[in-house]
Design a protein around this ligand. Structure first.
Ligand SMILES: *Cc1c(COP(=O)(O)O)cnc(C)c1O
Length: 741
């Protein structure tokens, strides 16, 4: 009898065919084992466990209908096909009527186990980590990443996952995965910290034959199993898997990949319609799953072997190659994609592209958030006469943001505790915005004497200025700390200097560096010696003085949930410092760094949480300061730009050159910007993702404004586009470039 095993590559990222064959050989010494693969680079083809090899043309060349027929012919009435390749299993399951000797689950079962949703997880005691499909607008994807603190995976529909930690990482990885798999149907999933555990099982026409539990003990740097421990599947899970296998009428091998988090919760991240590549590890532990499957189909009794060990490891061994298959030279000595062929020797990307090209393309979803009212904001701007690129302040929008925030701060203040907003001048020193801060009753937050001077020119009283930053003596003027609302020292050295020059202010402000994050700012707390130095210095302060404590870690970088735990931990530190230094904390400044939407949707509505928990921890607290910058200003400016050229590309979308450049938008790569065009009725709308590109005016490779956007089909030279979210650092850090000066 013959068993054909497809997917026999055995490298650092192996397919299961080789291990499955070894297990079958233990149970059935006389079976004819046939290795099937789709390129000669699949290393398992050389293994002597196989009796025959059947190397196919690549998936791009195969005639799929003919191949399906050839498989049936090869199996006859006796043979068995065990697919070791997910996509091949998907393709084979689509055939009707199904061939019972091809052991793949029915198409409906594959749909129910498809990631990321893995619908059947509802019937198991497991959870699915939060995810979002990349068909959603970039704006929502960025929000998802912030929400989960940038501990995020970008995953392909079948294979491959990339860990991303920033928007730049994401855009790069998205391009690469979309290119490899021929689809933009990718998804982002929140990382679950914990240990990887798997369930492997086999079933025949819905009947569960056996299952094992595997806990990874060593992994490759791609996260693939290198060593593991096999145990029984916990009873509750076993009976659930048994029921699911029956409901799905599962046939063949399967692997359910999970992560167990610190609290013991089990999260399912993948469900493969094939045996795992480590399946021979289960055989070593006395569970020969491939043999049970063959026995169920054929009725042949397998040779039983006792357990050798309940743990297994991989080793690397050299074997002689098959004389019929001389090795090929490396194909890509000069190209950057070195090692690509050894990564996908079974050609799954090619098959993915073929299967996808038969499918209808899913459209990208449209943006549906709140937007500035550009019609009103730009009413007084003559778009035909304006010299472009031109940044405009969206005055109404800015005013609404400032007022709404100031109102929220007032509403949580009371007679004993004032919540202040201190506008971060450095983020956007536009005098109109600094004025708006003054008018709405905010403080001003400065990081240099020059900024203090600027605030005064606009009309700020010194008593309404918070002084921060690492270099307060730069171009020193005459300001004394006693005149300011607060001064926060970035180091103990600075604190000592302050005291020597001016004496102790009424409230002594210090910036702390939270031990759990990487930052260059603030007084260190991560070692007892630093903490004890701090306490000693503070103990020397006259007893009638109080303390001001400040931290600033951007929630846009660490994530909103992490920011709240940081806030809680800083309260604990403040309380400790209060006790050890014997000085009350009267002022708490929690810094800035909020993305505009998080500020509006998560922080402002929860502002009382800050004041309530802070005053509970610190009984003499009288002032809380928040220092918003980009939260108020990022969306408050837009850049008007003009189309200089339209290039039609052959069936690949168009490229346009505009008169804006990276130098006008230095933050372009760091977060998504909403781009607006006008429709026939002259209304502004947000452009979605598509096949077009917007290129900047400067002769630099990096001057690409945006990739993969959908431009209006009739866009023409001279048309105006508006680039939104171009305030804050896009304005303050923009520079002149390529202007002959
Ligand atoms: C820059 C800065 C802010 C504002 O940060 P945003 O990212 O604009 O919110 C607040 N506080 C301090 C001390 C800063 O240096």
């Amino acid at each position: 009898m013959k068993v054909l095993l497809s997917g026999v590559h055995s490298g650092p990222n192996p397919s299961p065919g080789f291990g499955t064959a070894r297990s079958l050989r233990c149970a059935y010494p006389d079976l004819t084992l046939v290795a099937v693969d789709y390129s000669r680079r699949s290393s398992g083809l050389h293994a002597n466990v196989f009796d025959e090899i059947w190397v196919q043309r690549s998936w791009t060349e195969l005639n799929l209908e003919l191949y399906r027929q050839q498989i049936s012919d090869a199996l006859g009435s006796e043979g068995i096909w065990l697919s070791g390749l997910d996509l091949e299993a998907i393709w084979l399951s689509q055939s009707t009527p199904s061939n019972k000797r091809i052991l793949v689950p029915p198409a409906s079962a594959l749909r129910a186990t498809r990631k990321p949703a893995i619908e059947v997880h509802n019937d198991l005691p497991v959870h699915v980590p939060p995810f979002i499909e990349t068909a959603e607008p970039d704006w929502s994807l960025h929000a998802f990443c912030r929400r989960f603190g940038w501990h995020i995976w970008l995953k392909g529909p079948y294979y491959e996952a990339r860990r991303i930690g920033s928007w730049i990482d994401f855009e790069e990885a998205r391009e690469e995965l979309a290119e490899t798999w021929g689809t933009e149907e990718l998804f982002l999933q929140s990382h679950i910290a914990g240990y990887e555990e798997c369930i492997a099982f086999c079933a025949f026409e819905g009947e569960l034959l056996d299952a094992v539990y595997m806990t990874k003990r060593d992994v490759t740097n791609e996260g693939k199993t290198w060593a593991g421990k096999i145990s029984e599947v916990p009873a509750e899970l076993y009976s659930a898997v048994k029921k699911v296998a029956l409901d799905l009428r599962w046939s063949g091998g399967a692997e359910i990949e999970c992560v167990r988090d610190w609290s013991g919760k089990l999260w399912v991240i993948d469900w493969n319609p094939r045996f795992p590549a480590w399946i021979h590890g289960a055989t070593i532990a006395g569970h020969n799953l491939p043999a049970y499957l063959v026995a169920a189909v054929s009725g042949m009794k397998p040779v039983q072997r006792p357990q050798e060990s309940n743990e297994f490891t991989r080793v690397v061994i050299e074997i002689p190659t098959n004389k019929l298959l001389p090795l090929m030279t490396l194909e890509e000595s000069a190209a950057s994609a070195f090692g690509w062929f050894s990564k996908h020797p079974s050609g799954m990307p090619q098959l993915a592209k073929r299967l996808h090209s038969q499918k209808e393309r899913r459209p990208m979803m449209a943006y549906e958030g709140e937007l500035p009212d550009l019609e009103t904001e730009l009413h007084d701007v003559s778009l035909t006469a304006v010299s472009t690129p031109q940044r405009v302040l969206l005055k109404k929008h800015a005013k609404t943001l400032f007022q709404r925030s100031a109102e929220a701060a007032r509403s949580v203040s009371n007679s004993g505790l004032t919540v202040h907003l201190a506008y971060s001048i450095k983020t956007d020193p536009n005098p109109d915005l600094v004025m708006l801060a003054l008018e709405t009753g905010m403080l001003a937050e400065a990081i240099s004497l020059a900024e203090i001077h600027m605030a005064r020119t606009v009309g700020f009283d010194l008593a309404k200025v918070v002084y921060n930053g690492p270099a307060k003596t730069w171009r020193a003027g005459t300001t004394t700390p006693q005149d300011l609302k607060m001064v926060f020292c970035d180091s103990l050295e600075e604190l000592t200097l302050l005291e020597q020059t001016f004496g102790w202010p009424q409230t002594v402000g210090i910036r702390l560096r939270p031990p759990s994050v990487i930052s260059r700012f603030g007084i260190r707390l991560d070692q007892p010696k630093y903490y004890s130095n701090l306490v000693k210095t503070l103990q020397a302060i006259p007893s009638d003085r109080t303390l001001g404590i400040h931290f600033h870690i951007a929630s846009s970088a660490i994530g909103t949930a992490n920011w709240w735990s940081l806030f809680d931990s800083m309260l604990t530190w403040a309380k400790q410092i209060e006790q050890h230094s014997e000085h009350y904390v009267s002022c708490l400044d929690v810094g800035g760094g909020w993305f505009p939407d998080d500020w509006a949707e998560m922080l402002l509505p929860d502002l009382s949480r800050i004041s309530v928990s802070a005053s509970r921890s610190l009984p003499k607290l009288s002032d809380i300061i928040l220092e918003p910058g980009k939260a108020l200003t990022q969306s408050s400016s837009a850049l008007i730009t003009k189309v200089l050229e339209v290039r039609m590309m052959h069936d690949e979308g168009k490229e346009i050159v505009v008169d804006a450049a990276v130098s006008d938008l230095p933050q372009m790569r760091f977060y998504p910007h909403r781009l607006f065009a006008r429709n026939g009725a002259n209304n502004w709308f947000v452009l979605g993702r598509g096949e077009d590109r917007v290129l900047g005016r400067i002769c630099m490779e990096s001057d690409v404004i945006v990739n993969r956007i959908s431009l209006p089909s009739d866009i023409a030279v001279g048309d105006i586009l508006i680039i939104g979210d171009a305030g804050a650092y896009d304005r303050s850090m923009s520079y002149d470039f390529g202007r002959g000066e």
